[in-house]
Design a protein around this ligand. Structure first.
Ligand SMILES: Nc1ncnc2c1ncn2[C@@H]1O[C@H](COP(=O)(O)OP(=O)(O)OP(=O)(O)O)[C@@H](O)[C@H]1O
Ligand SMILES: [Mg+2]
Length: 489
């Protein structure tokens, strides 16, 4: 039996999986890593700590799985940038994480200078600190790193590929490249014009390859030993779209993790920019890109963690569901978790978190319920923008991610959307997608049809109850949202 290993290098930790040919999970290893918040709005990771977490999880897997590993896939938190020295393979500074807001002012300046149309047309993205380019520009401008022939920039996938191959492969895949704000998604190469705008030499960027295909082979210094092909790479959200078998245009998934990311398969023609949404590359299986429309919501599950770690309202994330069910409704309380500004469809870096509607009778349960409802309201706002862009409403939304275990959330979501919400048995779709990309390239699987047949429904949630009442709640949510916008001057 062939074994495929998938490395899911997320925002809060690394999960590595060993899967067999039937997609069954043979072993899993997880290690969390440190979040650094050096200034308000700044978020950093130590690239060496992430690499050590990868090595740790791989060594645990190789202790448990005796069969030879046919291929490795990598999926990763996107947009986050690592700078390293090619001679020493040492990082030059901490990684700047996707949530980091330090380049907000620079993005506003570029907006005022009128660069948005060019950026949007070329990259499918927006001028927002979320993306990689202004982070790289910041490192160069502030002389944290120096332009020279040893300098390498890369997203987490490139960094891990470099370390796994001991410096022999310097590459990324097209789905990750399409999140940097430096990639021309129609012409399929780094954009010279945009690289010039940010003062980033193309020699400091990795080669861009299809998501499925050989990127390199492991060196003897890795915990799984030498000679294993690394044959699939995709950003975590695109990987989840693939792992959810959303292979036909119009098929849509939402991942409820730290944030939530709604992606709709848009087919092989690059769609026009859509109001409030991003156009991005979903994957390339070697025969040209498949595109996706994306709505990026920065904080959903992270608000549950804030109830736990920030307020101590709960002691485990799993308590939220029962607490939210301890009250019949939100009691008029609305929670806008704009901790890192607002992403799709509002794109407001100056928004901040708001809780409104509190009275003397407000209980912990109401707060928990408002946190759960906020996940559904934010998703509704994105899906409505998506339906408008696509000119048709979505048929069904497939869901995954840590918070998708909550039946309460998924029922509220179906009610708010008026659309079926479907949860598969395997919700580790992020890891599943990267494994599939790698296994397809190495002949473990021969065609994407095998991904379709691996998808099995756990539970479907259909809209129930009074649509008018749901719309009224959503109206109140929009009013709360307005109060949180443009808060920071
Ligand atoms: N039993 C649970 N009930 C409700 N929410 C949960 C539960 N377990 C985890 N969560 C939420 O799920 C989120 C984690 O989900 P997931 O592991 O998919 O996140 P992620 O964004 O992929 O993390 P990473 O960025 O590290 O990849 C947490 O924010 C947590 O609040
Ligand atoms: Mg993840």
């Amino acid at each position: 039996m062939a074994v495929v290993v998938s490395i899911d290098a997320g925002t809060t930790g690394v999960r590595s999986f060993a899967l067999d040919e039937t997609g069954k999970q043979l072993a899993l290893s997880y290690q969390e890593f440190t979040q650094h918040y050096p200034n308000p709005g700044w978020v950093e990771h130590d690239p060496t700590e992430i690499w050590n977490a990868v090595q740790f999880t791989l060594s645990e897997l190789s202790g448990r799985v005796k069969e030879p590993i046919a291929a490795i896939g990598i999926t990763n938190q996107r947009e986050t940038v690592v700078a390293w020295n090619r001679k020493t393979s040492e990082p030059l500074c901490n990684a700047i994480v996707w949530q980091d807001l330090r380049t907000s002012d620079r993005c506003e300046q570029l907006l005022e200078l009128g660069h948005l149309d060019q950026i949007r047309e070329t990259t499918g993205l927006l001028l927002n600190p979320y993306f990689t380019a202004t982070k790289i520009e910041w490192l160069l401008k502030n002389k944290v790193v120096e332009k020279n022939s040893d300098l390498a920039f890369g997203t987490i996938d490139s960094w891990l590929l470099w370390k796994l191959t001991d410096g022999s492969s310097y590459a990324t895949d097209v789905s990750n490249a399409s999140r940097t704000l430096l990639y021309d998604i129609k012409k399929n190469h780094w954009s010279s014009e945009v690289c010039e705008l940010f003062g980033i030499p193309q020699s400091t960027l990795p080669e861009v390859l299809p998501s499925s295909g050989r990127f390199g082979t492991t060196s003897a210094t890795t915990a799984v030993g030498a000679g294993i092909p690394i044959s699939g790479i995709a950003g975590d959200q695109q990987s989840a779209l693939f792992g959810q078998a959303c292979l036909e245009p119009g098929m849509t998934k939402n991942t409820y993790g730290t944030g939530s990311f709604v992606l709709m398969n848009a087919g092989s023609q690059c769609p026009e920019p859509a109001e409030g949404l991003l156009t991005t590359v979903a994957w390339d299986l070697g025969n040209g890109p498949t595109y996706a429309l994306e709505g990026s919501i920065f904080v959903t599950g992270a608000a549950i963690q804030w109830l736990r770690d920030g307020l101590g309202v709960i002691s485990h994330a799993s308590e939220i569901s029962d607490l939210a069910k301890s009250v019949p409704d939100n009691g008029g309380v609305y929670f806008v978790p704009a901790f890192a500004g607002l992403g799709s469809p509002w794109w407001d870096t100056r928004a901040r978190g708001t809780i409104i509607g509190i009275t003397g009778g407000t209980e912990r349960g109401h707060l928990a319920r408002a946190v759960v409802e906020a996940m559904a309201f934010q998703t509704r706002d994105v899906v409505e923008a998506m339906s408008q862009a696509a000119g048709t409403s979505i048929g069904e939304m497939r869901v995954d991610g840590g918070a998708s275990v909550m039946d309460l959330l998924l029922q509220i979501q179906a009610n708010q959307l008026g659309v079926r919400v479907a949860r598969p048995i395997i919700t580790e779709t992020t890891a599943q997608g990267a494994a599939m990309l790698a296994g397809l390239a190495e002949g473990v699987w021969s065609e994407t049809g095998e991904i379709h047949s691996a998808w099995r429904l756990d539970k479907a949630f259909d809209p129930q109850g009074d649509r008018k009442a749901y719309d009224a709640e959503h109206e109140r949510w929009l009013q709360a949202l307005d109060r949180s916008k443009s808060w920071v001057s």
